[in-house]
Structures are given as C-alpha cells and as structure tokens.
Design a protein around this ligand. Sequence first.
Ligand SMILES: C[S@@+](CC[C@H](N)C(=O)[O-])C[C@H]1O[C@@H](n2cnc3c(N)ncnc32)[C@H](O)[C@@H]1O
Length: 305
Amino acid sequence: MYIYNETLKHLCTDSERPNCHLLIEPHLLYLTDNQADAYLDVVKSNDYSKIVHNPVTNIISDHLDEITEEIKDDVSLIELGPGYPDSSLLIAKHCYEKGVNLFYYPVDISKEYLSIATKAMSPYVVESTPIHSTFEEASLIIPKKAYSRKVYVLIGQTFLNFLPEVLLPLLCKLASVKGIVILAADLLTNKDLITETLQAYKDRSNAIFTRAPLINLGIKSTLDNYCVEFYRSRIECYHRCDKTIKLPPEENKSFITIRKNDKIITAVSYRYKIECLKDILKQYFVESSFLYSKKREVVIAINKT
Ligand SMILES: C[S@@+](CC[C@H](N)C(=O)[O-])C[C@H]1O[C@@H](n2cnc3c(N)ncnc32)[C@H](O)[C@@H]1O
C-alpha cells in the first residue's frame, strides 16, 4: 500500500499535453529490490554502458589528482544514489593510497544499493554510514560529525534526472560551507549523438526498468507500448496505456482516469549545452571547474560552495 500511495502522490498531468501523465520523481523507479536488479540489467546492456555510463568513470580515473586536490586530511564523502559505486570506488582507492581517512555516507532510497555500495567500499574507507532516505530528506539524517571534516558530495548522471532548481539547492545544503559538489552530465552536442542515445534508451532492459511505476499502480502494460523521445531538452521514456483505467484514489478524492493510448512518462534525463550548464551552476556555486571525456560529450563539474 505504501508503494501504491507513494507513486499515486506523484502522478500528474502535463499541463501542456492533456493526454500525457507524469510519474517522473526518480525514486519511484527504485522502490523495490527487483527494481534495483532491473537497473543493474540496464547498466549491463552494452549500448547504455558505452554511451551513458562508461565515459564518467573514464574521466574520473584519468583525473583523480585534480578531483582529490582539496583532500589533504580526513574527508566525508556523501554519495547520492551510488547504484554500484564505481565512481566513488575510484576516489576512495586513490584516497586510501594517499593515506587519507575517508568516511563514506551513501544516500539511497534502495536498501539493496546501500548494501552493495557499503560492501564494495569497505576495504578503502574508515567507516560507512548508509543513509536510507530520499535525497530530499538526507540532510536531516546525516550525522553532524560528518561536517567536522571537509565534505565532498558526489552525484553521477542521476543529476540529469532532476530539474536543476530542485536538486542544486539540495546539493549545496548537503555540502555546507566550503564543501565540494562533484556532478556528472551528458552534454547536448549534436543531433547524431542524441539519436544514438535515444537508441540506447530504447532497449528491452530500459523498457522493463521504466515500467516499474506503472506496476506500482497496478497498471498492466506490455513492453510493446514503450517509447523514447527527445522533448523540451530532455529524454523522455514513456509507456502508452493499452486500455482506459480508473485508479482508486487516496481517501476523499475522486478516481483518476487514464485513457487508452495516453502516454505515461516514467523517466526523464535532461541534456544541456555546456554554456547553459555553466550558467546554471554559476547561480549556485562560488567556483566551478570542468573535466571532459575525450569526445567532450560528457562533463564532470567540480563545484565549490
Ligand atoms: C541511475 S542510478 C545511479 C547509478 C550511478 N551512481 C550513476 O550515477 O551512474 C540512481 C540511483 O539513485 C537512487 N535514487 C534516485 N532518486 C532518488 C531519490 N530521490 N532519493 C534517494 N535515492 C534516489 C536510486 O535508488 C539509484 O540507486
């Protein structure tokens, strides 16, 4: 019942597209352990890894000295949405080799990912404190002790699943004063790359993964009804409803109707031109520096609060 209510709470209609419903709060995709496994299948899919996932870890491993430049002493690493923590593992191993004490705070709605991340990081950290929470509530749970050290906040391409005006204030709050926020973003460079990326999002593992919020609402949907489009600067993954359905409402509210052939968007990933991303980051951070993949289609921004 919790999963049904939590999902229903976020269902809304796109005001500009009446036959289009939004279920795009990212944590709705990870409310069950099965979903954590479904995401691992997406990462294993070759196209997705090649285009979306690998460039980030390549940038990090090529620039470990620059990324950890400010780390001289004990450090707290708060990682939002570790999934399998391959980026933080690179940083943690590097700190370990430098003789720096790293205290790790993975934040995730998925207990399964917290346990995977904690286990993988254990050889390289002094202590792990898993924070089972949404990103939005994490600042209330992270122990004060974390802020007795320099704080690094790390988020991978999960950054792209949120509107920047929603996520960036949270990242600043988590990093506190004189902290560092590291984030990854795929850039909008040319049309061919978007076509290639859309193709990567179209595979079966993504269809299964993005169907979860529908299943949480009890909507049966075949994988044939899955589509991906680029609209308003974001990749949208959606499923078309194959029959009209009425969803039982929360108490005292009326039934919600989703009609046959309506679109339900369950995942979005924003894309920015580099100039636009720089302008956005300027509004939140004192200073930012940028590291690029070889083809400059992926960037890692290192931001000071
Ligand atoms: C796409 S995976 C991240 C994988 C990897 N770290 C990366 O960025 O490439 C997203 C992760 O963020 C978590 N997540 C997404 N939205 C969340 C939210 N609002 N609160 C807490 N966890 C969230 C998911 O459970 C999942 O582990």
